[in-house]
Design a protein around this ligand. Structure first.
Ligand SMILES: NC(=O)C1=CN([C@@H]2O[C@H](COP(=O)(O)OP(=O)(O)OC[C@H]3O[C@@H](n4cnc5c(N)ncnc54)[C@H](OP(=O)(O)O)[C@@H]3O)[C@@H](O)[C@H]2O)C=CC1
Ligand SMILES: Nc1nc(=O)c2c([nH]1)NC[C@@H]1CN(c3ccc(C(=O)N[C@@H](CCC(=O)O)C(=O)O)cc3)C=[N+]21
Length: 285
């Protein structure tokens, strides 16, 4: 029997805690603020951004959205980010990725004030994460949310054999650092990796962030394995599915995050949590 790791439930719990922090700040007249920038009209991106805005507002976070046409220049986009860098009402700036190909993503990410980099994508914050510095800095929300979920399910990472599939700067790489910092033994696989099963069969925990349906199935895992599926894919019927195909009776998978209802809701809840944390950090400095 496969047990479900309920990301929706944990996200709700995390949002309740975030709400308490917001209420406490409100007593000092402080309202945390987030700005989300989106370029172009990609349907999935517009949908994610709306979900973030709606959640922020429902929690009492000041939320603004800047929607630009596909042909905005890199200079104009940076100008808009600069305004937000200097806006005292804004604690977190998120630029939805991917951006159109005429815009250099690194130039955009690096124009965000690292103290407002709520996505944790700025090289300074990624560097701090890899160095495991003992200070407060933002961390990419999907990996951070996965760590919160693992903690909620009391998954022991100390010395555990963990396989991460995917090495993007949004999911795989920051996850690798977080797991290493939590004393796991981590293997990171990617499109050049040979014999994926050899690695996954030995893993206590497998985290998949590939972006292809049916990348993994029950035969890839050792009995009782924990599986975190970060994939968001549309199957042939247009249904949202993860990277892992399985059913209730799968023999090996012990615990798994469903798609939808696993990593996705944790990402949004973590974005809200981190916006509020960054507001708190800015007021104690
Ligand atoms: N739930 C959530 O909150 C979030 C979900 N996602 C989802 O996670 C997935 C990954 O996203 P993202 O990291 O941005 O995607 P990228 O496309 O940037 O990265 C995919 C990674 O998977 C690797 N890969 C591709 N094919 C294989 C394969 N056959 N075997 C092993 N590794 C492979 C790639 O290797 P290489 O580096 O060699 O190209 C790459 O490192 C997507 O479905 C995305 O929608 C993303 C962000 C948040
Ligand atoms: N700067 C930036 N930061 C990001 O964090 C970022 C990004 N760009 N670009 C795209 C990816 C993708 N991503 C998701 C967030 C939530 C869900 C999510 O909530 N998924 C729901 C289902 C959503 C639905 O109903 O369509 C679930 O899995 O249950 C999915 C994917 C954040 N990303």
């Amino acid at each position: 029997m496969v047990e479900i790791i309920d990301g929706k439930k944990e996200a709700k719990h995390l949002n309740e805690i975030t709400k308490q922090h917001i209420e406490k700040l409100a007593k000092s007249g402080i309202v945390p603020g987030i700005a989300v920038i989106i370029v172009g009209h990609d349907q999935a991106s517009e949908r994610y951004v709306r979900m973030k805005d709606k959640k922020a507002r429902s929690l009492g976070i000041y939320s603004i959205m800047k929607h630009f046409e596909n042909d905005i220049s890199e200079t104009d986009l940076i100008k808009s980010i600069n305004e937000l860098n200097h806006d005292p009402k804004i604690n977190g700036i998120l630029v939805q990725l991917p951006l159109p190909s005429h815009i250099n993503e690194q130039n955009i990410i690096q124009s965000i004030d690292p103290k407002k980099d709520v996505d944790g994508f700025h090289p300074l914050n990624i560097g701090k994460l890899f160095l495991n510095l003992n200070e407060q800095f933002p961390v990419a929300c999907t990996p951070k949310g996965i760590m919160t979920l693992l903690a909620a399910y009391q998954v022991n990472l100390n010395g555990a054999n963990v396989v991460v599939i995917g090495r993007s700067p949004i999911v795989g790489k920051p996850l690798l650092a977080l797991l290493l910092n939590a004393n796991a033994s981590v293997t990171c696989l990617h499109s050049h990796s040979e014999n994926i099963t050899l690695h996954t069969k030995k893993a206590d925990l497998v985290i998949s962030a590939v972006g292809n349906a049916n990348t993994l199935n029950d035969n890839h895992f050792k009995p009782g394995a924990y599986v975190i599926d970060a994939g968001q894919n549309l199957d042939i019927n247009g249904k949202l599915v993860g990277d892992v195909s399985y059913d209730q009776n799968s023999k090996n998978i012990g615990f798994i995050t469903p798609v939808p209802g696993g990593v996705g809701p944790m990402t949004i809840a973590t974005l809200m949590q981190q916006t509020v944390e960054m507001c708190e950090w800015s007021h104690v400095e």
